[in-house]
Design a protein around this ligand. Structure first.
Ligand SMILES: Cc1cc2nc3c(=O)[nH]c(=O)nc-3n(C[C@H](O)[C@H](O)[C@H](O)COP(=O)(O)O)c2cc1C
Length: 283
């Protein structure tokens, strides 16, 4: 049952209470099912775990059930931020100026890796893919990021040369979405970016097997050591498979959280002549 002292066996803490192993019946390795209803406190809520409800276990982190997880997810504060001012009427004509100013605000707010973004791409069948990447540069031609041409994202961009990048800066309650066609940088620029990387990143970048299944940890280890050797001996003029891609933005949306949920949204759309049109969007 609940609480300490009811079972001499091992206990897993859960949201401040202890669940005895007697409350759990084994289901499959890594998962347990609950034998009897179990109320558990979750922040301001009580969640009730029903018999048969799947209980998740991962190493010694404790147990949780789907009911508990749902309660936990709902209890996590969203946008409990210190919003910054966003005077949309005074927004600059060029969205990249606004982006750089928001990036500076994110840096000043101490947000870790504020240049990290979610890059979304499409496969040839239209199926979506997304992953985190680092913004490497921003200029009149694009929002630049780097990766291997042979990676899944490289193949997706070769068949559907378009992407969306999303930045989220939680402390200041801001999101920026950038969308547009993608083009590859010329080889010199990509090579310069490769050699700008740390020795460890260069070694990983030389592995042409990114995202393919690996037979074992030992083989990954051996492969990384081999890449380190190749990277150390690499000819700085030789192509590496590493490339920069640039998103030539056609839409950029700036989103600023508001504690009263009247979030401020400003979208820039590139017109045929190259000028930027601006629209306020409903939150
Ligand atoms: C913070 C962070 C930064 C990353 N930066 C890069 C990057 O700049 N380039 C890159 O190819 N992968 C980067 N990755 C790894 C990618 O998220 C991804 O695992 C990898 O590119 C393979 O993606 P793909 O299989 O879709 O091609 C980064 C991951 C994280 C968490």
């Amino acid at each position: 049952m609940l609480g300490a002292g009811t079972n001499p066996g091992r206990r897993w803490p859960n949201a401040g209470l202890l669940i005895s192993p007697r409350d759990l019946v084994s289901d499959w390795p890594g998962s347990l099912r609950l034998a009897a209803p179990l109320p558990i406190p979750l922040f301001a809520h009580w969640a009730r775990i029903e018999p048969g409800d799947k209980v998740l276990r991962w190493q010694d982190r404790g147990v949780s059930s789907h009911a508990a997880l749902r309660g936990k997810l709902r209890a996590i504060p969203v946008l409990a931020t210190q919003p910054l001012p966003f005077p949309v009427e005074a927004a600059p004509d060029d969205p990249s100026i606004l982006f750089v100013s928001w990036l500076d605000d994110a840096i000043d707010a101490g947000i870790a890796e504020p240049h990290a973004m979610t890059l979304s791409t499409c496969g040839p069948d239209g199926s979506p893919y997304a992953r985190t990447l680092i913004l490497k540069d921003l200029d009149a031609e694009g929002w630049w990021f780097g990766g291997q041409t042979g990676s899944p994202k490289g193949r997706q961009l070769a068949s559907v040369p378009a992407a969306a990048s999303t930045f989220y800066w939680p402390t200041v309650g801001r999101q920026v979405r950038v969308r547009g066609p993608v083009r590859q940088a010329d080889p010199e620029r990509s090579l310069a970016d490769f050699w700008d990387r740390s020795a460890g990143s260069r070694a990983v970048a030389l592995t042409s097997r990114q995202s393919t299944p690996a037979p074992s940890l030992a083989q990954i280890d051996a492969g990384v050591r081999e890449s380190q050797r190749i990277a150390a001996e690499a000819d700085p003029t030789r192509p590496t498979g590493w490339t920069l891609w640039g998103v030539a933005a056609t839409d950029i949306e700036f989103w600023q959280a508001d504690p009263g949920r009247q979030h401020m949204r400003l979208r820039y759309t590139r017109a045929a002549g190259g000028d930027w049109l601006r629209d306020l969007l409903w939150p």
